[in-house]
Design a protein around this ligand. Structure first.
Ligand SMILES: *[C@@H]1O[C@H](CO)[C@@H](O)[C@H](O)[C@H]1NC(C)=O
Ligand SMILES: *[C@@H]1O[C@H](CO)[C@@H](O)[C@H](O)[C@H]1NC(C)=O
Ligand SMILES: *[C@@H]1O[C@H](CO)[C@@H](O)[C@H](O)[C@H]1NC(C)=O
Ligand SMILES: *[C@@H]1O[C@H](CO)[C@@H](O)[C@H](O)[C@H]1NC(C)=O
Ligand SMILES: *[C@@H]1O[C@H](CO)[C@@H](O)[C@H](O)[C@H]1NC(C)=O
Ligand SMILES: *[C@@H]1O[C@H](CO)[C@@H](O)[C@H](O)[C@H]1NC(C)=O
Ligand SMILES: *[C@@H]1O[C@H](CO)[C@@H](O)[C@H](O)[C@H]1NC(C)=O
Ligand SMILES: *[C@@H]1O[C@H](CO)[C@@H](O)[C@H](O)[C@H]1NC(C)=O
Ligand SMILES: *[C@@H]1O[C@H](CO)[C@@H](O)[C@H](O)[C@H]1NC(C)=O
Ligand SMILES: *[C@@H]1O[C@H](CO)[C@@H](O)[C@H](O)[C@H]1NC(C)=O
Ligand SMILES: *[C@@H]1O[C@H](CO)[C@@H](O)[C@H](O)[C@H]1NC(C)=O
Ligand SMILES: *[C@@H]1O[C@H](CO)[C@@H](O)[C@H](O)[C@H]1NC(C)=O
Length: 709
């Protein structure tokens, strides 16, 4: 649970100066007065619908109304509203009553019934939420939380009926060219869910750009390419050789259920016949000679191999639609279309699911000799140089998801895309479409003849990707969150059909971000002052004793190290642990220590935590996600010194005593042609000093963590 509110309500300040509209904006009709959540003591789930689930969404594991209510109760407790959760037949004073309403009252932009609508009624008696389905009611609970946060614990009396315009709203993460731990995906779902996004597409296989101009066949076969699912099934033996950077079935189940519990469906993508080097590294005979990252579809084993992969993993996936990739294939069009249709047939026959592809080769109905892709294959449009979504697809009755690359992110560095989602582009009016805000039906902000009408039913919604073009060492996990931190709420508003303006956005987000349940992606640590933790070993510590935290926060540690008469802890095959793990930006971590020896000069760990470790290799090194980020300096032996690690914004530095700061950088390989250096924002490791594999001996005089840099 998020501990931000532990130190009092001072963080839950002030209602915003603008009208508290929420993200997405809600058409709330206020009347005089407000209800304080402090008077709420229970959630009552309408017993006749308690076990009802939404059967119309993408997920095959939809939570019931009661299950959503239990998650909501946990979220309220995080706001220090102590609620019980029970079933009952009616609302009562001091309750939040959750029930279902009439589906026909909740219509999307195309005028179709949406299972995701809800209505909300707030009076001095309590709150009533009615959903078009259990999922609709869940979105209603997000509105209650947001209004309470914006209103300093109170919600205005009034009523609201709210339905998303579009059914697919979300983000896509390239987990092929960069691994992310399951917990990170789950926390991202929690963040997205707070803004009512319902889809998280996870791109599960890919490779770095196969630069055929300069790579030999051997180098291509050795290039970073990953397939992230781990199965012990013989049918895929050898496909994946990196178990520690993969999801087992159990882990993937956990990710899917934890996300579903907050209304977010994991949409899995396994990419072929392009971006398919991981399959070719497995079976080199399947690659095209002139570009091994493309499958040679006419090879008799290519389609059967991909069918085998899908047969192995289809039982893992709890969605009605799966994504087969099919992006940027540059060989034969006809082969491509045969491939897509074969996969569509296979996935339908094996698992009764539909498929989605990236817009790549538009259909051609004037050429009778041409095999077009089936009309029930949905298309994810991203760029006009690939397809014209209206003319090629919608007018031919294909459904289209809008992934306009205006909202693309390429992590850290790219020749073409920004490292953070272009938030201002979600607000900029388009003169050609009447100066309106961006919405999922707007494919072309400059030429409205490329856009269908707002109520076009074949537009599925909007979903924006983040790509890791330069691989695993360009970023740490949380840099993906920061690249999207403002982008998710900005896009979520428009994907829902909200009308937040640029001026309203920042102040509302500033207040909302103080409590977004189910995640702590910022790795915030509650603290009374800017000193979060302060241990100093100037008193005697007996073996096994508690180390008291002088910050006032009570983050006492424990240690089995003995103390010296010089006011230090003797670190020699013993451990000092704190109750903390990781601190995100901004911070200063200071270790006052004296190193007497290194067991292995290239492998000593000074302090470690959930996200990172501070090492001597012998260069001062931050280690994260399997990568080492090294400075040019090292630490002198047998000298007492202060080593400061400083996380300032999206950069990280080290400083010895009062010396100059040296920055931790990454060196990204750019397509085998050259390198780019980039900043790294690495969390401070604050959990464990010493231990069996620390690899050094010496004395610790003090350990201090501050929230300023
Ligand atoms: C917020 O509510 C708390 C009590 O719950 C109160 O002490 C504080 O003054 C309120 N702040 C504002 C800005 O209304
Ligand atoms: C946004 O929509 C609401 C109703 O949903 C309306 O009251 C409000 O005026 C609109 N704001 C803008 C800036 O269009
Ligand atoms: C929350 O309420 C329950 C009764 O509904 C009570 O037993 C419990 O002690 C309360 N917890 C807190 C932290 O107030
Ligand atoms: C509401 O429900 C409670 C128990 O759940 C019951 O005691 C009460 O009589 C009900 N009130 C009405 C007006 O139905
Ligand atoms: C469709 O096929 C016809 C006949 O082969 C050809 O003339 C036309 O250029 C094709 N259209 C596109 C968009 O490729
Ligand atoms: C699209 O579908 C509609 C309704 O099913 C049908 O009337 C129309 O002819 C179809 N258009 C094309 C181009 O297939
Ligand atoms: C780092 O932060 C600076 C200033 O806040 C910003 O201009 C820059 O784009 C950020 N870099 C990345 C890679 O996000
Ligand atoms: C020192 O550590 C490195 C990195 O873990 C390892 O490769 C090397 O074998 C170790 N050397 C010795 C002498 O143990
Ligand atoms: C997984 O293990 C390999 C081999 O030991 C290592 O190189 C890689 O860094 C590890 N990955 C992570 C994310 O720790
Ligand atoms: C370690 O630091 C030395 C200078 O002390 C530098 O020459 C070397 O390149 C550094 N090693 C790495 C891997 O950065
Ligand atoms: C570093 O500078 C500060 C004042 O700027 C001084 O108080 C402190 O003693 C200095 N520390 C060292 C180790 O030189
Ligand atoms: C990052 O990976 C590239 C290969 O893509 C490698 O050349 C480079 O040295 C690595 N950088 C770091 C800091 O490990």
């Amino acid at each position: 649970m998020h501990g931000l509110l532990r130190f009092g309500s001072s963080l839950l300040l002030a209602s915003v100066s603008v009208e508290a509209r929420g993200i997405p904006t809600t058409p709330f009709v206020n009347s005089d007065g407000k209800l304080s959540l402090s008077g709420i003591n229970r959630i009552v789930v309408d017993s006749q619908y308690a076990e009802s689930t939404n059967t119309k969404g993408e997920t095959l594991i939809p939570p019931s109304l009661r299950q959503f209510a239990e998650t909501f109760a946990k979220d309220l407790r995080g706001l220090r509203v102590n609620v019980s959760c029970q079933t009952g037949t009616n609302a009562s004073s001091g309750s939040i009553f959750l029930t279902l309403g009439e589906p026909r009252d909740y219509l999307d932009v195309a005028g179709r019934e949406s299972a995701e609508g809800y209505s909300l009624f707030v009076s001095n008696n309590g709150i009533r939420i009615a959903g078009a389905s259990s999922l609709g009611a869940w979105w209603g609970t997000r509105t209650v939380l947001q209004q309470a946060i914006l209103g300093n614990g109170s919600i205005p009396y009034g009523s609201l009926s709210d339905t998303p315009g579009w059914g697919t709203r979300g983000m896509m993460l390239d987990a092929g060219r960069h691994y992310y731990p399951p917990k990170f995906l789950i926390e991202m779902c929690a963040y997205m869910s707070f803004f009512k996004q319902n889809t998280f597409q996870v791109h599960l296989s890919d490779n770095l750009y196969n630069n055929v101009k300069i790579y030999s066949r051997e180098r291509s076969l050795d290039l970073y390419a990953r397939f992230r699912l781990w199965s012990d099934d013989d049918a895929v033996a050898g496909l994946n050789n990196y178990k520690n950077e993969s999801y087992t079935r159990e882990q993937f189940d956990d990710i899917q259920s934890a996300c579903a519990a907050r209304g977010v469906t994991i949409l899995p993508e396994i990419e072929a016949p392009g971006h398919a080097l991981s399959f070719v590294q497995w079976k080199p005979e399947l690659g095209l000679e002139d570009d091994l990252s493309l499958l040679n579809i006419s090879h008799p084993q290519s389609i059967p191999t991909m069918k085998t992969v899908w047969s192995t993993f289809l039982p893992w996936f709890y969605t009605r639609t799966i994504h087969i990739g099919a992006d940027e294939y540059t060989a034969e069009v006809n082969d491509y279309n045969i491939f897509v249709n074969s996969m569509a047939d296979h996935v339908y026959n094996e698992a009764n699911k539909s498929i989605r592809i990236w817009g790549t080769f538009p259909p051609n109905y004037t050429d009778p000799g041409y095999t077009n892709i089936y009309k029930n294959v949905s298309v994810q449009h991203w760029e006009f140089f690939e397809d014209n979504p209206l003319h090629d697809y919608i007018l031919n009755n294909y459904t289209v998801l809008n992934s306009d690359d205006t909202y693309y992110v390429v992590n850290k560095w790219s020749g073409s895309y920004p490292p953070q989602l272009n938030v201002s582009a979600t607000f900029i009016g388009n003169p050609n479409t009447g100066g309106g805000l961006w919405y999922p039906y707007v494919f072309d902000a400059r030429n409205s003849s490329n856009n269908p009408s707002r109520d076009e039913p074949l537009v599925l919604g909007g979903l924006s990707p983040l790509w890791n073009d330069y691989g695993p060492n360009a970023t740490v996990y949380s840099e993906t969150f920061y690249a999207w931190r403002r982008g998710i709420p900005a896009l979520a508003d428009k994907q829902w059909g909200g009308n937040l303006t640029a001026a309203e956005f920042e102040p509302i987000l500033e207040v909302l971000k103080t409590y977004i349940p189910g995640q702590n992606l910022e790795r915030a640590i509650p603290s009374i002052t800017s000193t979060i933790l302060e241990y100093s070993f100037d008193a005697r510590y007996a073996t096994g004793s508690t180390v008291s935290d002088r910050s006032g926060n009570g983050y006492d540690g424990s240690s089995d190290c003995s103390s010296t008469d010089k006011g230090s802890l003797l670190v020699d095959a013993c451990t000092l642990t704190t109750p903390l793990q990781s601190k995100g930006r901004d911070y200063t971590l200071t270790l006052s220590l004296l190193l007497s020896s290194l067991d292995n000069a290239t492998d000593a760990t000074l302090i470690s935590g959930l996200d990172s470790a501070l090492m001597l290799t012998p260069n001062i090194t931050l280690f994260q996600g399997g990568n080492h980020y090294r400075l040019n300096s090292s630490l002198a032996l047998n000298q007492r010194l202060d080593l400061h690690i400083i996380g300032r914004g999206n950069q990280t530095f080290a400083k010895i005593n009062n010396g100059t700061e040296e920055e931790f950088l990454t060196k990204m390989g750019i397509n085998g042609e050259r390198f780019e250096w980039g900043p790294m924002a690495i969390e401070a490791p604050v959990h464990k000093v010493g231990g069996e594999h620390a690899g050094w001996r010496g004395e610790m005089f003090a350990l201090k963590l501050k929230s300023v840099a």
